[in-house]
Write a protein that binds this ligand. Structure first.
Ligand SMILES: [Zn+2]
Length: 313
């Protein structure tokens, strides 16, 4: 009996992963697809508190990742993208009430040019007393369609303004729309950000690469319990590398632990299908016609997820 309990505990710790969540707007009904209402936000915060989840700063997670420490399963990191005004006017008070740290990823141009819906630098500095401030590009463009040179120009411009207004260099970067490919990743990586965050479904473990941390979007009244069950699946994606020119995906090649024999595959536009994995290798030659500009290819084994985003240029 004791042995069984020990085994159960061991398998639990082996799958220990933190969850990174990303919010956009708060209590702003005009934009339902990116909004989290205040009653829902409070429900989620209460859920973390009542169920022994620990909301930690991205800095704390980063320190543990750097040291390759085991990431506690109950860690939650909260991110806010775009620096909408509704975070300052509606959301921030609840973060303060629960004493939950956050990382705010700033869309620089919107603040520099005082777009009505966005926070001012003064408000961002005020928010920085309660959380970390990081970068979310200058012009918030679809970067996969941009040249490396244009991406670097956008980032340099963002850094100049950030430093001027905050007095330090941002350490963390989140891609606009969570969209990237190898060349976007390379261009952003060249700036030496300590962490780069995407918006692929998944969790974060000690094996997560620092330049590609998965974040789960929380908008509307989502089932938080289901999202918290998601684990990290350690995998290497060889194919697809990018969006196929003929919009037909006919090669998928992923390697993972040989202990994984069966999993499920999802390609945007279709449903989940069972796939067979041999010696940790999954190779598919089936053709998936792609209908959307943005396709997610996701593999899950139990609750463990790994995914790839491919975007039409
Ligand atoms: Zn954004």
């Amino acid at each position: 009996m004791k042995q069984a309990l020990l085994l159960a505990l061991l398998s639990f710790t082996l799958w220990a992963d933190a969850h990174l969540f990303v919010y956009h707007r708060f209590g702003d009904n005009k934009h339902a697809s990116t909004n989290t209402s205040l009653p829902v936000l409070e429900k989620q915060f209460k859920y973390f508190k009542d169920n022994n989840y620990k909301v930690v700063s991205l800095k704390k997670l980063h320190a543990a990742l750097k040291k390759k420490e085991r990431i506690p399963d109950n860690w939650v990191v909260l991110c806010i993208d775009d620096s909408y005004k509704s975070f300052y006017t509606n959301g921030l008070d609840l973060f303060k009430k629960y004493n939950y740290p956050f990382t705010l990823f700033v869309y620089i141009e919107a603040t520099d040019k005082s777009y009505g819906d966005f926070m001012t630098w003064k408000q961002i500095r005020e928010a920085s007393m309660f959380g970390e401030i990081a970068l979310h590009s200058y012009a918030h463009k679809h970067m996969v369609s941009m040249s490396a040179e244009a991406i670097k120009k956008d980032t340099s411009r963002a850094l100049v303004s950030f430093e001027k207004n905050m007095g330090y260099k941002p350490k963390y970067y989140a891609y606009p729309y969570g969209e990237f490919d190898e060349s976007v990743e390379k261009a952003i990586f060249s700036f030496g950000f300590e962490l780069i965050l995407n918006q692929n479904v998944g969790a974060v473990s000690d094996k997560s690469p620092l330049y590609s941390l998965d974040r789960i979007a929380l908008t509307g009244d989502v089932n938080l319990k289901t999202k918290l069950r998601i684990k990290y699946l350690d995998a290497i994606w060889f194919l697809p590398k990018s969006y196929p020119k003929n919009a037909k995906l006919n090669n998928i090649h992923v390697t993972m632990s040989p202990s994984i024999k069966k999993a499920e595959l999802y390609v945007s536009g279709g449903g989940w299908e069972y796939i067979k994995i041999k010696d940790g290798i999954f190779k598919s030659k089936k053709t998936y016609p792609l209908k959307l500009r943005r396709t997610r290819v996701i593999i899950r084994s139990g609750h463990a997820y790994t995914s790839k985003i491919i975007i039409k240029k």
